[in-house]
Design a protein. Structure first.
Lengths: 383, 77
């Protein structure tokens, strides 16, 4: 008999929050019309969109007219980077970013460089913490249009020194874009940023909704062809029912965030301690203290990451990996590479509101045997 | 720079195989010996130095030659 499935990949997508499901179903009946039109059904849709925007803005502590919805977190990140660079192109062509940004940010940076721009990557230490000295020097260099920093690593959970990095940017007169995908709905975002993005599926909203916030006074110019929706920041029709569900679930997640942190933090601490103690030759990575409350990453020496993922899946555990064999490009995670930590046999476990202590216990009970079996099969025991 | 006493050709092997190869071979060599690992899997550039750090062995560096990327490792204990 196979055990009940245990989903441990909230950092990719959290299970749909019940509030999101409820709001989504209601909005399917009420929010199908185009909010830009001038008839009764459109006005109803407009009301739903305005209320969703107001709710999200309130949760983030920003003005409603600073917040636009996008068709995904990735699209929001692309718009943040390319729009922030376009808005300050007269200042210079340089994007400063950490080495551990999300691939959406790095891909936007590559596009910028391919079009004649420039990018400076700032390194992190072994724990995945930004090198603040190098950051300060990089943002002070001539020609910097925008700086980009992830609020907390989506791969290893290390919180970044956003407030200090923002201070350096302010002194250099450079706007800061913060990718807050792993923080929004879980913890307050430190102040000092000019542009912020988030992704609804990370907090239990539906897939296909991103947030793009551009603070008043920030020079940002849409990188897309002109379109008057979402204050000119997002082209195309929004999936309004999903937007409504995202807003409702953000409010619910934010209301529960402190309690969820208090519940999940000890579970993550237990995983870190038990994996290190009970799985031989394992490297638990990321900052042990300044970290996300719901995410933990480790690498098992001599183990093939893809084989480990499949073995865990057969036992009902859904996790993700930064190992090269699990990526479509067959390259190791750039985050693990930047930290200089073992990239093979890598597992990222991320918890959510439905994760129980019993789920974590079952994972911890089964993991050492699964790793030992794979090592025995590969003939690497005792190396 | 110490010349390698042996070359482990791990080209075409995916990680963790190059790391396993050096973990098998290095302890059979005398302390101080340098082994060169040829490995074209991009993960090797991350994982060979990480293995050396975890095992207390010495990672001497990366050389990119006609045979592709090569990594020198010295047995320290």
């Amino acid at each position: 008999m196979s055990a009940s499935p245990v989903y441990l990949d909230a950092a990719t997508a959290a299970p749909l929050h019940p509030v999101a499901r409820q709001a989504l179903l209601a909005a399917l009946d009420d929010g199908w019309a185009d909010p830009g039109r001038l008839y009764t059904q459109a006005r109803r849709a407009r009301q739903l969109l305005d209320a969703a925007r107001e709710a999200c803005a309130q949760t983030l502590g920003v003005r409603a007219d600073e917040l636009s919805f996008t068709s995904s977190g990735t699209t929001a990140a692309h718009a943040a980077v390319l729009g922030g660079l376009a808005g300050r192109r007269r200042v210079g062509p340089v994007l400063v970013h950490s080495a551990i940004e999300h691939s959406a940010v790095l891909h936007a940076a590559e596009k910028h460089v391919a079009a004649g721009g420039a990018a400076t990557s700032v390194p992190v230490d072994r724990l995945g913490r930004l090198d603040l000295g190098r950051w300060a020097a990089a943002v002070r260099a001539p020609g910097v249009a925008l700086a980009a920093l992830i609020a907390a690593s989506h791969e290893v959970g290390t919180l970044q020194p956003v407030a200090a990095a923002a201070q350096e940017c302010a002194e250099a007169g450079v706007p800061l874009y913060v990718d807050a995908a792993q923080l929004v709905g879980r913890a307050p975002v430190p102040a000092g940023w000019s542009v912020l993005t988030a992704s609804a599926r990370k907090w239990g909203g539906p897939p296909g909704v991103g947030l793009l916030v551009v603070r008043k006074g920030t020079r940002w110019e849409s990188p897309w062809p002109a379109d008057d929706r979402e204050a000119g920041r997002t082209p195309g029709t929004l999936n309004l029912p999903a937007v409504v569900a995202a807003a409702a679930s953000l409010r619910a997640a934010a209301a529960d965030a402190a309690a969820e942190t208090a519940r999940l933090e000890p579970l993550v601490a237990r995983i870190r301690a038990r994996v290190a103690a009970e799985v031989p030759d394992v490297e638990v990575v990321g900052d042990p203290d300044h970290r996300l409350p719901h995410l933990v990453t480790f690498s098992c020496l001599y183990v093939d990451g893809e084989a480990l993922l499949h073995a865990l899946d057969r036992r009902g555990f859904a996790v993700s990996s930064g190992s090269s064999c699990t990526s479509s490009t067959l390259r190791p995670s750039h985050v693990l590479e930047a930290m200089g930590v073992l990239s093979h046999g890598n597992v990222r476990v991320s918890l959510h509101r439905e994760t129980t202590a019993a789920d974590v216990e079952r994972f911890l009970t089964e993991l050492p045997g699964i790793v030992a079996e794979l090592r025995a099969e590969a003939g690497v025991v005792g190396l | 720079m110490t010349a390698p006493a042996e070359i482990l050709d791990c080209r075409g092997q995916r990680c963790p195989l190059p790391v396993i190869a050096v973990a098998r071979r290095l302890p059979e060599m005398p302390v101080g010996t340098v082994v060169r690992v040829l490995a074209d899997d991009p993960a090797a550039a991350v994982d060979l130095p990480a293995w050396c750090r975890m095992r207390g062995q010495e990672f001497l560096g990366t050389i990119t030659g006609p045979d592709g990327p090569a990594f020198d490792v010295r047995r320290r204990h």
